[in-house]
Design a protein around this ligand. Structure first.
Ligand code: NAD
Length: 485
């Protein structure tokens, strides 16, 4: 029987009158029926969350909240196989990657947020007022109340956890709205939070789409005081507009068109292996993916030919196949979008070093959303393929001649999310890093992540950051108390 995915509201699992079918990206099979929350259900979730916040949850101590968070991490580890399968079935990501990144890091994040919340510092000042006497000032952090967590489909569990864990740690009640494309792991997370013993109403889960559906119903509800959102830049604009009514807070992690830079003195083996990861991990569906590479002219031909060979040898297949490096794209709809951008690149004059077609397997994977990874060269900087986020396994490589030129090329984007710099000249690495307009810059690596560090974007890539203390600060209001003594 097909799996049924329900909403979780005020500690109860609820169906609705509308539902939609989730299909496998691996073979197109129908894998789940998802019950879409209507407006009344979303409003009920918010109402019950508000009641929980004003009731029992509001007086639960920080130590107890941290204990509950750690319990979630323990249960996640115990149920890691289930979570891994849910994530892999929804996204098509290879098992090994799902286990390590999607699930392992999510459990780690719950523990990290418990540790960081327990150690969050406050400010305190001693002051001599001009009219005499003494005063002390100190800050408090209070939860914002009911907050929304709206997440995308590319790394579904982790990107939801980055919002839910700090929000709960700071004492908020949460309404989670995962992507309609990947509903399964969020539903397991709700089960785990329930099992950990959070009171009813503290965590709620509503399924559905964006416009005219659960996403919009959530952002329109004036009792939700802040939104942690990861997704497309255009959706971020819509959420920000909605949040403007009532002056509600947003933390937006949005799209990117990330550049990698390889100088001629780089360790080429590392730079090629790094680019293979940075452009093709998760089938290129990582917001930090480097879809634009700039390579110093003297090593350009060698870099392109070696990267092309490495990419053409990548093992593509179903997530449970041995030694698999790349699964399918997340959906057939997304493959149509990626394919049309690849076809447009061909029309615009790109040379394909490798890839660009649809692989044929001769079995049920031919009904999946697979695509051949692309290495392309030859496009002008104003081509769509070089300017717009593809969010697929593509990498366009352009030669450059000087440090100044490559900084300009790299920064020539409305986005500013991530960059990788490959060089063995450390003075240059740090000099260039300081001039790159991106929220995250890696030197001789990519996506090397310590979860306590702030990760955010500049420009059209977002507002605010996620990670450790900054997320705890986002999900709380800063209050100053002044006392005359
Ligand atoms: P999306 O914007 O289409 O959807 C994200 C979430 O927003 C989903 O849950 C969706 O249902 C919801 N949503 C859509 N319209 C809404 C509306 N009007 N009101 C409220 N909610 C709405 O993004 P996606 O396609 O799921 O994810 C891919 C995008 O996410 C890419 O652009 C990628 O770069 C970006 N992303 C960014 C980061 C980051 O950290 N900066 C990380 C991962 C993904």
């Amino acid at each position: 029987m097909m799996k049924e995915i329900l909403n979780y509201i005020n500690g109860k699992w609820v169906k609705s009158n509308q539902s939609f079918i989730k299909k496998s990206p691996v073979n197109g099979a129908e894998i789940a029926r998802v019950y879409e929350a209507d407006k009344a259900m979303v409003d009920l979730a918010v109402e019950k969350a508000k009641e929980a916040f004003e009731g029992e949850w509001g007086s639960v101590s920080l130590a107890e909240r941290c204990r509950l968070l750690r319990k979630v991490a323990d249960i996640m580890e115990r149920r890691s196989e289930e979570l891994m399968l849910a994530e892999s079935n929804d996204v098509g990501v290879p098992y090994a990657a799902a286990k390590m990144l999607n699930v392992g890091r999510s459990a780690f994040a719950f523990r990290m947020y418990a540790d960081e919340a327990a150690n969050l510092f406050e400010q305190s000042y001693h002051f001599s007022p001009p009219n005499g006497g003494q005063a002390i000032h100190y800050t408090l952090r209070q939860p914002k109340g009911v907050v929304g967590a709206i997440s995308p489909w590319n790394v579904p569990l982790l990107l939801l956890v980055f919002k839910v864990a700090p929000a709960l740690a700071m004492g908020n009640c949460v309404i989670a709205k995962p992507s309609e494309v990947t509903p399964q792991s969020a539903t397991l997370l709700a089960e785990i939070i329930e099992e950990a013993g959070f009171p009813a109403g503290v965590f709620n889960l509503v399924h559905g789409f964006g416009a005219n559906s659960a996403g919009a119903f959530l952002t329109e509800n004036q009792d939700v005081s802040a939104f942690g959102f990861t997704g497309d830049t255009h959706t971020g604009e819509i959420i920000m507009q909605s949040a403007a009514k009532g002056v509600r807070d947003v933390c937006l992690e949005l799209g990117g068109k990330n550049a990698g830079i390889v100088f001629s003195d780089a360790n080429l083996d590392d730079a090629i292996a790094g680019t293979l990861r940075s452009a093709f991990t998760n089938c290129g569906q990582i917001c930090y993916s480097t879809e634009r590479m700039y390579v110093e002219r003297s090593i350009f031909d060698e870099f392109v030919s070696r990267l092309g060979v490495a990419v053409s040898q990548m093992k593509i297949g179903a997530p449970d196949e041995e030694g698999i490096q790349m699964g399918p794209l997340v959906s057939h709809q997304h493959r149509d979008k990626v394919k049309s951008m690849i076809d447009k690149a061909a029309q615009d004059g790109a040379t394909f070093v490798t890839g660009g077609g649809i692989p044929q397997f001769g079995d049920d994977r031919d009904q999946g959303a697979f695509i051949q990874p692309v290495v392309a060269i030859g496009l002008a900087e104003d081509a769509d393929f070089v300017r717009k986020e593809v969010f697929g396994p593509v990498c366009h490589v352009t030669p450059f001649d000087s440090e100044e030129e490559v900084i300009k090329l790299s920064n020539n984007s409305r986005y500013g999310l991530a960059s990788s710099i490959w060089t063995q000249n450390f003075s240059r690495a740090h000099r260039v890093a300081a001039k790159i307009r991106a929220g995250n810059v890696w030197i001789n690596d990519w996506q090397l992540r310590e979860l306590r560090t702030p990760m955010g974007g500049v420009g059209a890539s977002g507002i605010g950051a996620q990670g450790g203390r900054v997320s705890l600060e986002f999900f709380s209001d800063l209050i100053n108390v002044t006392a005359r003594i």
